[in-house]
Design a protein around this ligand. Structure first.
Ligand code: SF4
Length: 356
């Protein structure tokens, strides 16, 4: 049971899956059925204090208060874009700041969550890795992001229907907490986010792709691919030196075979680097026979790096080449382009302000 916390304080009650909560109750001399009631208070009624759980006996509330906390995230700022995107900067109990985003789609509201404070993977196009990894988030700190997003959607009578684990951090480097988080948000007695509405994105930690596949979950997997060959991928993503492209592709094929689910390949277009017709041809060759989908991402300019945007006509040319080879392709719609939209920008801005 994850009673230990990465924060050096009492653990969050949000760390516990329903089964873990039942175990804790039984070990504490309480009835297991209270777990459902607690889940209902936490995730359906969404109370802000354990004392508000009015159908629990007072001594149980006291025990919960002694061992757990539910004051997880403090909102530092909230930016609302003209397209409805909401970007939150939250403060964790130990002072670190993380980002969470709500994106509006025609099929529902999607919450993009962070899994680590910083990241050590070192992708060359990413602002979030510049300060390295500070620490992993507890499962409950990831759950709380969805909960906070849902509370803000409650104000408009709306629901968080989808979750994407694509915020700051490499989720497969925080694997156990990721799995607990997925279990908790998927539970139909709580937030009830359908497995097929959840997507986890990895930079390509190969052994964890196998492990994830073997869990038999119906959760979508996205791979940050960004290059059609190992040499170019190593330049953009140093992780490729540890887990080279051929090994990554083997793991992806295993995932598809094991789960029967389509993989999403995220492909950021970096002007002049990986966005030429020959790259599209090579990409089609690499993945053409796989059950997959390609999501092209016109990159935002990252001030710390020298990457520039691919011109619009070249984005469409790239897409067309893939489509002609029978590959399913979309171009990611930009969310919140009028606010600090690129992953890590808001947090980096905040770090500069607080340091100055
Ligand atoms: S893109 Fe993701 S995995 Fe790569 S450095 Fe940034 S946060 Fe880490």
């Amino acid at each position: 049971m994850p009673l230990a916390s990465n924060t050096g304080t009492k653990p969050l009650l949000y760390n516990l899956t329903l089964d873990e909560l039942k175990n804790w109750l039984v070990e504490s001399g309480e009835k297991a059925f209270r777990a459902q009631q607690i889940f209902d208070w936490l995730y359906v009624k969404r109370v802000a204090s354990i004392d508000d759980m009015s159908n629990l006996p007072k001594d149980l509330r006291q025990k919960l208060n002694e061992q757990f906390r539910i004051d997880s995230l403090k909102e530092i700022t909230r930016q609302v874009s003209q397209d409805g995107t909401i970007k939150f900067l939250f403060q964790l109990v130990d002072g670190h700041a993380i980002e969470t985003v709500i994106m509006r789609h025609n099929y529902g509201n999607s919450v993009c969550v962070t899994t680590q404070v910083g990241c050590r993977i070192g992708c060359t196009f990413c602002a979030s890795t510049l300060g390295g990894l500070k620490r992993n988030l507890d499962a409950g700190e990831i759950v709380a992001q969805v909960l906070m997003a849902q509370r803000s959607l409650d104000e408009q009578g709306e629901r968080a229907s989808h979750v994407v684990v694509m915020g700051i951090g490499e989720p497969f480097e925080n694997f156990d907490n990721l799995l607990a988080f997925l279990n908790i948000i998927n539970d139909n007695r709580g937030l009830n986010i359908g497995a097929r509405h959840i997507t986890v994105s990895t930079s390509g930690i190969v052994p964890k792709i196998y492990e994830f596949a073997d869990k038999g979950l119906q959760i979508n997997l996205a791979i940050s691919l960004h290059a059609p060959n190992s040499e170019l991928r190593s330049k953009l993503m140093p992780i490729n030196r540890g887990f080279p492209l051929p090994k990554l592709m083997e793991a992806c094929r295993y995932y598809i075979e094991k789960t029967g689910r389509r993989i999403s390949f995220e492909y950021g277009l970096f002007g002049g680097q990986n966005d030429q017709p020959e790259h599209a041809e090579e990409l089609a060759e690499l993945i053409g026979d796989m059950l997959c989908h390609v999501n092209l991402i016109p990159v935002n300019y990252v001030p710390e790096r020298d990457y520039v945007r691919t011109p619009r006509n070249e984005i469409f040319r790239f897409k067309r080449i893939l489509e002609e080879k029978g590959i399913n392709v979309t171009i990611r719609r930009e969310h919140g382009s009028d606010i600090a939209a690129a992953c890590g920008q808001l947090r980096a801005q905040h770090a500069k302000e607080t340091a100055g």
